[in-house]
Design a protein around this ligand. Sequence first.
Ligand code: NAP
Ligand code: GDD
Length: 343
Amino acid sequence: MKKALITGINGQDGAYLAKHLIDQGYKVIGADRRRVDSLSWRLKRLGVDDEVEHIYLDLLEFSNIFSVIRKHQPTEIYNLGAQSFVAASFDQPILTADIDAIGPLRILEAIRVIDPSIKFYQASTSEMFGLVTSSPQSEETAFYPRSPYGVAKLYAHWIVKNYRESYGIYACSGILFNHESPFRGLEFVTKKITNHVAKMHLGNKTPLVLGNLDAKRDWGFAADYIEGMHLMLQQEQADDYVLATGTSKSIREFVEMSFNFINKEVRWEGEGVNEKGFDAKTNEILVEVSKEFFRPAEVHELKGDYSKAQKELGWQPKTDLKKLVGLMMEYDIERQKEEVKLV
Ligand code: NAP
Ligand code: GDD
């Protein structure tokens, strides 16, 4: 029986991947740094929490990683655990580097010593392209990270390649562009938007406050992307792959699509931090801009070229942005209704 160890099991991707692998007949060992029941809400919502064997694993602690791998003998390891919020990496750059750069190295060292036949997946990111040098970005595009998070992930990306070339370990990096879902963390912009618009739909009058509305992202659906992660570990040879949709939209457009879902049209007025979004019919203020949510250095535009994954893995995205916004809005409206009932 195939046995997968997933770090970051309680995060968005960890939960979707656990469900996918369990459906494929895998035994899943779910690793996260804390074992608090409420943290596995995503696994519970997907109906697989009881099938996951939960264990403690902190990416900061080598002896912990080493003994987990030695004890459980996984056939595949998916390293999804990370300090994954770019904005926080400017406040916690050293912690971010320790978890996101040295964390994967700790796992690779354990694999090298315990059993080099264990396959390894590393969650690389489009954030490594940063100040992009060409568009769309593929596996061949030069990296130019713009955040401590991006720099840390780039170290991890290269050390994966190095362990593959030096020790023949089957180690892959998936360079994934932004992927969202109803289970996205509230700190990320898409979820912050859909969650707030859902509240406004149910009567809340507080405007949504955002930072840079002009940044553009290539947003896909997380449940599509985790299938690509799994495929990367089933090939003849380990390699790195971009997963993306090939389309790029601004935060402003994502806001408009979310309000459109509740039949509101946004009219924009003003510039920079003085810009506001109004309800085109009622003139009610829907959106404001605050300096608080701008970053010291921004990634202005990301757009991925997933043709290598399509050709070699047979992978392609199945969910367009309109459908994704609909999934997130529907979920958030229902969840807000549940919360109102609880009060
Ligand atoms: P997420 O929801 O933030 O999940 C990350 C998980 O990592 C959380 O469960 C977190 O646990 C855990 N973690 C944090 N520090 C840890 C540590 N020291 N030891 C062990 N676990 C730790 O992230 P995601 O969106 O699922 O993304 C999964 C991975 O893909 C991340 O590595 C992310 O950087 C990368 N990625 C994501 C995207 C995207 O658009 N979603 C795109 C490219 C790459 P706590 O709850 O305790 O914090
Ligand atoms: N979070 C947030 N909150 N972002 C905002 C806001 C806001 O209020 N207003 C504007 N933004 C802009 C950010 O400046 C950024 O340009 C964009 O929205 C997306 O921000 P996030 O949703 O936080 O995602 P990210 O692109 O920085 O990082 C995500 O994607 C990466 C892949 O490219 C994360 O999932 C990373 O872990 C992942 O590697």
